[in-house]
Every structure is written in structure tokens, then in C-alpha cells.
Design a protein around this ligand. Structure first.
Ligand SMILES: C[S@@+](CC[C@H](N)C(=O)[O-])C[C@H]1O[C@@H](n2cnc3c(N)ncnc32)[C@H](O)[C@@H]1O
Length: 344
């Protein structure tokens, strides 16, 4: 590439970052939703600010920037959502909201990585909760990113789910986030009950409210607490962990012992993780490029991504033979293992 081409590439990336940052402000403040509820009628700055409960000065500057990046159309001083703005509404089907949340969360983590790199300090999970506007969007971002993919690809592609459906029983989700996984399983499996555990109270509040809203509150229970510290439960039929194992990998012997002990004989563990690779050249594929960026952010939190064979070996250490199911061209892995015994 010529220096001019390099410069143009950087400018395009810079504008992309700006577009996502403006998107995040509109998501987080409710400005996109306030406009969307008007169904194309449009709002001037004062009415938009009042509808979203946002200061009029900030609303004016945001609306100008959102117009500049094509989220809004303007007729004089009246703003309406352009298709891009409509797609950024968190309530839109297939919402683009996760891109905006990831961009701002990524910027926060990159800033923390830059500040911590000299000392090597790794502050842990709490870094996620440092920005009060980001934390409430963490669960919805993950749900919007993976919920539909789970239903369309993972559930039909992993035979364990048909077995759980046929048997019913109880599922335990360790590090459940906003509970989307248990809520989606319970909605399609009427005989399933579930318990979700997560360390962030905000996630548990969101999970409980969503389960009640979706009519699942009598079958699902969400508890704030540490994966290591929760009280022993009656043996469960399924232990699930989605994007949570790498958060507790530093204590893997304890965690895998806990998973095995939580299962009834014959019960299943289903662990879904991004599939790290030691093949550096593969990191240039766009999905793995994002994974490589996130692995730097994970480092700040005290974590790192795992290769599927490491998860299989950890199951083998507790006498649970495991099978790996690959998705998204190998970028996502679901590892399934059974506690020996029982009738299967
Ligand atoms: C990347 S999120 C995944 C959330 C959810 N499973 C999903 O797929 O959307 C990882 C979750 O694990 C939780 N977590 C990490 N370590 C934990 C621990 N020791 N005890 C309880 N929850 C923990 C975090 O609070 C966070 O919600």
C-alpha cells in the first residue's frame, strides 16, 4: 500500500469508530428508541430530548452527529430515523446495537490495557463494571449477538439439546449473564427448569425481569453469586457455561470438579467458548481478528481464550469424555461431556 492508501484506510477505520461511538450514545440514552416510537413522524430537538429524558444541549449535538453519519434524516429541525438508525434500535429485530456496545466497551478495555501494560496488573472482572453506561448493555449485547445463532445453529447441531428436551429436569447455567440461554431453552422445552448464577447483580436483575416478562418466572431462578461459592444444589441434568469458562480457567481443577459434582450420573455438561487457535495466520480472518482483539481485553480481566482441546483435557481429568462441536467456520466451539453412570 502507498502512504496515501494507508492514510485512507486509517481514515475509514476512524470514521467507522466514530459511527459506532455515536451509535452507542443513541442506544444508551434511548434516543434511537424515542425516535423509533414516533413511527416516522419526527421530533425536533426539544421534543426528542423530552421524550428520551436527555438534556437538550446534548441531544442537539448528538442529532447533528447522528445525521452526519446517516443514522437520522432531517427536515428542517425535525429528525426521523434513517434505516441505519432504525436498525440500531435495541428493540429492532436483528438489532445492530451489539456493534456499538462492543466498540465502546472495546475502547474502555483498550484504554485500561494501555494504562496497565507497564506494570502487568490485571484487575479482573470488575473492569467490566467500571463504566456505568456500558454495564447494563453487556447482557443485551451478548443476547443480541448469540441468541438467534444459538437457536438456529447450536441447538439443532448439538444432540445433547434434544436429549435435554426429551428428559426435562433442571439446567444450571454458571455465569449466566442476563439469562438469555436459560430463557430460550425454557421457552422451547416446557419440562425444563433452570437456575442461573452470575457475579454481577445487574445481570441477575435483568435476567429475573426478563424471565417474568416472558412468563418463565415460575421455572427459572437467577441468583447473584460466585461460581465457586454457591451452595450445593440437588444434582442437575445439565450444566451450561457460555463464554464463562475462560473467566474461571485459572481455577479449572476446582471448576471441573464442581461441574461433575453438580451433575446427576448420566447428566450433561455443555460448554460454549470462542475457539482460540495457536495458528497465528488464522487470526487475520475477520471473526478471529475480533477474537484476537478481545483476547487483549480478556487479559485485562485476568482471562484468556481457550483452545477446544484444552477444555476436552480438563473434562478428561475429571473422567468425563467430551466431544467438540464446531460452528462459525471453527471460530466457536461447543464441548459436551457426560458424567459417567446413570442410564445416560
Ligand atoms: C462473557 S459473559 C457471558 C454471559 C452469558 N453466559 C452469555 O452467554 O451471555 C461471562 C459471565 O460470567 C460471569 N462470571 C465470571 N466469573 C464469575 C464467577 N466467578 N462467578 C459468577 N459469575 C462469573 C460474569 O459476570 C459474566 O456475566
Amino acid at each position: 500500500m502507498t502512504p496515501q492508501e494507508l492514510r485512507q484506510q486509517m481514515m475509514a477505520w476512524g470514521q467507522g469508530a466514530m459511527a459506532l461511538q455515536i451509535g452507542f450514545v443513541g442506544v444508551s440514552t434511548g434516543l434511537f428508541e424515542a425516535l423509533g416510537e414516533r413511527k416516522g413522524e419526527g421530533l425536533d430537538v426539544a421534543a426528542l430530548a423530552a421524550a428520551a429524558g436527555v438534556d437538550a444541549g446534548y441531544t442537539r449535538r448528538w442529532a447533528d452527529a447522528a445525521y452526519a453519519f446517516g443514522y437520522l434524516e432531517a427536515d428542517g429541525d425535525t429528525f426521523t430515523l434513517a434505516p441505519l438508525g432504525e436498525a440500531m434500535r435495541p428493540s429492532a429485530p436483528g438489532t445492530l446495537m451489539p456493534f456499538a456496545v462492543q466498540a465502546v466497551l472495546g475502547a474502555h478495555m483498550a484504554e485500561r490495557a494501555a494504562g496497565l501494560a507497564r506494570t502487568g496488573e490485571r484487575p479482573g472482572e470488575r473492569v467490566l463494571g467500571e463504566r456505568e453506561t456500558i454495564l447494563p448493555w453487556f447482557g443485551p449485547m451478548l443476547e443480541a449477538s448469540f441468541g438467534t445463532f444459538f437457536e438456529r445453529e447450536v441447538v439443532p447441531g448439538v444432540p445433547a439439546f434434544a436429549e435435554v428436551d426429551a428428559r426435562g429436569g433442571t439446567a444450571l447455567d454458571l455465569g449466566c449473564g442476563n439469562g438469555w440461554y436459560l430463557r430460550r431453552l425454557a421457552a422451547r422445552m416446557p419440562h425444563l427448569r433452570g437456575i442461573g448464577l452470575d457475579g454481577f447483580g445487574e445481570n441477575i436483575r435483568q435476567a429475573t425481569a426478563a424471565a417474568d416478562r416472558e412468563g418463565l418466572g415460575d421455572r427459572l431462578q437467577f441468583i447473584e453469586g460466585d461460581i465457586y461459592a454457591h451452595a450445593p444444589l440437588a444434582p442437575v441434568d445439565l450444566v451450561a457455561m457460555n463464554r464463562a469458562l475462560h473467566h474461571v480457567w485459572d481455577q479449572k481443577a476446582r471448576v471441573f470438579g464442581l461441574i461433575r459434582d453438580a451433575l446427576r450420573p448420566g447428566g450433561l455438561a455443555v460448554i460454549w467458548e470462542p475457539a482460540w487457535t495457536d495458528d497465528r495466520a488464522a487470526l487475520r480472518d475477520p471473526p478471529r481478528r475480533a477474537m484476537a482483539f478481545q483476547n487483549l481485553n480478556e487479559h485485562v480481566q485476568g482471562n484468556h481464550f481457550l483452545r477446544p482441546d484444552e477444555i476436552v483435557a480438563a473434562f478428561a481429568a475429571v473422567d468425563m469424555p467430551a466431544t467438540v462441536y464446531s460452528f462459525a467456520n471453527g471460530a466457536e466451539a461447543v464441548v459436551v461431556a457426560r458424567r459417567p453412570g446413570g442410564e445416560g
